[in-house]
Write a protein that binds this ligand. Structure first.
Ligand code: TXA
Ligand code: MG
Length: 309
């Protein structure tokens, strides 16, 4: 056993916080059974206390102990996508206390695939509450260095850059129908195929789901989405210093330009690091070229619309 993992598990058992890598983004972990540990977690993030958190487990078997009346759809999705970038909202069992569910009757459960997360969760042996490792409202962290910029934590496990790069897909199975609350790497089409039934899209603006807040995942610099055909004219028109995130080649009128991949998975992987970099470029506005309207870009469009919200 890696001594750092053992130390991390000890910190969690003592009610402390540990940041750890997952395949989506880095998480800030606390013992999900401890009210004081979870209170510490909310304080570290500057997060309002009524927001529910996702609880992480090494296996579906452990995860389902925190839910009740587990529907067949949950077992189906767990079998297809866990470990992986999917969070299931289920009716909660007595294990999930008010302080992790925002006093709702449901609980968010996830089994991440990153090997460091798996080792930590196995060593700890129970649920770890872990929101994304960033200050509330900010861009999520996809490297250990980002976590250290965002938060003061005793231990940050470094598992390299996150492979997926954006937060997990969230599906609510606590009601009569499957509802997509947050799009992610696992698409609605993949979920529907696995379930062989329809998945409904969420009613937007639900305050119970912080990913549902308008301005979230946002850089500090004002950011603006610009359609591809309008980018050139927008750059020409602006008097302020702009930084650009685009698919096309750098334009010499612009000092700070990041060229993004045209493939959505590669784009997602780089997105948050790129937004952080542009945020640090000391420009007045960030212009972001709007990605295609196709389904494979849904999760990215969702994050970009919040970053510019
Ligand atoms: O990829 C991810 O999901 C990352 C990594 C660390 O696992 N975690 C993450 O956590 O994004 P967080 O706290 O930043 O976002 C979790 C979202 C929030 O929008 C929260 O409101 C929602 O999940 N959520 C958690 N439990 C819920 C519940 N019972 N009902 C509705 N929404 C819930
Ligand atoms: Mg978050």
């Amino acid at each position: 056993m890696n001594p750092e993992i053992r130390r991390a598990a000890e910190i969690l058992r003592a009610g402390g916080l540990v940041a750890f890598p997952t395949e989506t983004v880095y998480g800030l972990g606390a013992d999900a059974s401890s009210a004081t540990a979870v209170a510490r977690l909310y304080a570290a993030k500057g997060r309002p206390g009524n927001h529910p958190v996702i609880i992480h487990f090494s296996s579906a078997e452990n995860a389902f102990e925190w839910g009740k009346e587990i529907p067949p759809a949950a077992r189906r999705l767990a079998a297809c996508f866990w470990p992986g970038p999917l969070t299931l909202i289920l009716k909660r069992s007595a294990r999930a206390k008010d302080f992790v569910t925002g006093a709702q009757d449901s609980v968010g459960l996830r089994v991440p695939s990153h090997h460091v997360a798996q080792e930590l969760l196995r060593e700890f042996g129970d649920g770890v509450a872990a929101p994304s490792a960033n200050r509330f409202g900010n861009i999520s962290s996809t490297t250990a260095a980002h976590v250290r910029e965002e938060l003061k934590v005793e231990l940050v496990l470094d598992g390299g850059p996150s492979e997926v790069g954006i937060e997990s897909t969230i599906v609510d199975l606590s009601g009569a129908e499957a509802v997509l609350l947050r799009p992610g790497a696992i698409s609605k089409a993949q979920l529907e195929k696995a379930l062989n039934s329809k998945v409904v899209e969420k009613v937007s603006g639900s305050p119970r789901h912080s990913g549902g807040l308008e301005r979230h995942y946002a850089p500090k610099t004002p950011a603006l989405l610009v359609p591809p055909h309008a980018l050139d004219a927008e750059i020409a028109r602006r008097k302020d210093a702009v930084a650009v995130l685009a698919f096309s080649r750098p334009d010499e009128r612009v000092e700070y330009w990041i060229r993004m991949p045209r493939e959505p998975r590669a784009y997602a992987q780089r997105l948050y690091a790129a937004l952080r970099e542009l945020d640090g470029a000391q420009c007045e506005t960030i212009l972001i070229e709007t990605p295609p309207e196709t389904e494979e870009w849904t999760a990215i469009r969702d994050r970009l619309s919040r970053a510019t919200g």
